[in-house]
Design a protein around this ligand. Structure first.
Ligand code: ATP
Length: 376
């Protein structure tokens, strides 16, 4: 799917006028503070259900407003090779409204209220490349779990509910472990549930990770970037899988009781990224780490494309992140994959430079001024 229509209300400084986008490339430029990132943030809301910039919904509602809304019209996008669309051709209409005083989010898909965020998010796989992207390599393991789980969610339809179930059981189990007077029989019951759901979740992660690693290896092979030789990506599922999780929990019971929380299982999983046996966060330059994450994100795009799903990439402030060669490499790869792409920059981008080594895709160019998108 691709987002071809967007309308927001009371979303940061954005105007409430509807905008139509290309299902291929969209180039947005404008001065600092004009609203470029806010446009990407609004699109991100429809694919992620949250802001990729801030943790609190409140920051997003326009000053003095209690509620904001984001509506999107989706079409089948470039992968379906669809052309000549108009509003009647929309495959789905998705919407999200957040009341910040009631702390309530309303989600709508095709005119119906839906309860789960998954029902909304599965229509629009959104991948963000912004200054924070670096965290996937340099940040805590949670950042890499989030990176992996995004793809698992789009590959494995039941993943969202298994993940939620796992969080619920883990939190119950943690409550028990924190409780001084431990009921051994009850803990065993929770352990059985926890092990079962963890094994399911891990099987889904392992399957997607295998697909991802194959795509990643293919990509770096094709690009033949010298510094990627000797890179190794592995999934650590959160425990030593030569043993069942139930056995690991049984043999580390005292340790977990002492710490008061779960020490083994999917919440400890990590994607370990090493270069010649050492963590890349210790050996790669900042630029190399950023490029690596971008390659990893492209590889995820390849995995989804193989399943007939189009990813919408949001590239924020691309000039600050990448030099001309890397920008061109990224644009061409995403074009070849048939992704939908939104690129923001302060200066008006030069499509001839961006596609200096190939034919430019269909694109639309917008100048962003005071929250308004003016198409050129
Ligand atoms: N809740 C809000 N209500 C109204 N305006 C807001 C709100 N939050 C931020 N703004 C304003 O909205 C504008 C858009 O910010 P945004 O980060 O989208 O700009 P940008 O074009 O990406 O800028 P830069 O190039 O500096 O990154 C800014 O002027 C900001 O002060």
């Amino acid at each position: 799917m691709a987002l071809v229509k967007l309308q927001t209300q009371h979303f940061r400084n954005l105007s409430a006028e509807p905008v139509s986008f290309s299902s291929s490339f969209n180039l947005l430029y404008g001065a600092n503070g004009s609203g470029k990132t806010s446009v990407l943030e609004a699109i991100g809301y429809l694919g992620l259900g949250r802001s990729f910039r801030v943790n609190r919904h409140q920051a997003v509602a326009s000053h003095g407003q209690q509620k904001f809304t984001v509506f999107g019209g989706l079409d089948h996008g470039t992968l379906a090779k669809k052309s000549g669309r108009d509003s009647e051709d929309l495959a789905h209409r998705v919407g999200l409204a957040r009341d910040i005083t009631q702390k309530e989010t309303m989600l709508r898909v095709d005119g119906e209220n839906v309860r789960s965020l998954s029902a909304l998010a599965r229509h629009l796989p959104v991948s963000v490349i912004d200054p924070g992207v670096f965290d996937v390599v340099a940040g805590a393991p949670g950042k890499r779990r989030q990176f992996l789980d995004w793809a698992v969610f789009h590959v494995e339809p039941s993943f969202g509910s298994v993940w939620q179930q796992c969080q619920r059981v883990t939190s119950q189990r943690n409550k028990m472990l924190r409780n001084g007077r431990l009921d051994d029989g009850l803990l065993k019951v929770w352990d059985a549930q926890y092990s079962a759901v963890s094994e399911r979740l891990t099987a889904a992660r392992t399957d997607t990770f295998d697909r991802f690693r194959k795509a990643f290896d293919r990509l770096i092979d094709e690009l033949n970037v010298e510094w990627t030789n000797g890179l190794k990506l592995d999934l650590y599922p959160g425990w030593d899988v030569t043993q069942s999780l139930a056995d690991v929990l049984g043999s580390h019971r005292d340790q977990e009781v002492k710490m008061g929380h779960t020490l083994y299982g999917p919440n400890r999983a990590d994607v370990r990224i090493k270069y010649q046996g050492r963590p890349v966060s210790e050996t790669f330059s900042r630029g190399q780490q950023k490029t690596l994450v971008i390659l990893m994100k492209i590889a995820q795009g390849m995995v989804l494309a193989e399943l007939g799903k189009q990813v919408t990439f949001l590239l924020d402030d691309i000039n600050a992140e990448l030099d001309d060669d890397h920008q061109a490499m990224l644009a061409q790869r995403l074009q070849a994959l048939g992704c939908q792409v939104f690129i923001t920059s302060i200066q008006r981008p030069d499509p001839d430079r961006l596609w200096s080594h190939g034919v430019a895709p269909e694109y639309r160019m917008f100048h962003v001024e005071h929250g308004k998108l003016i198409e050129e």
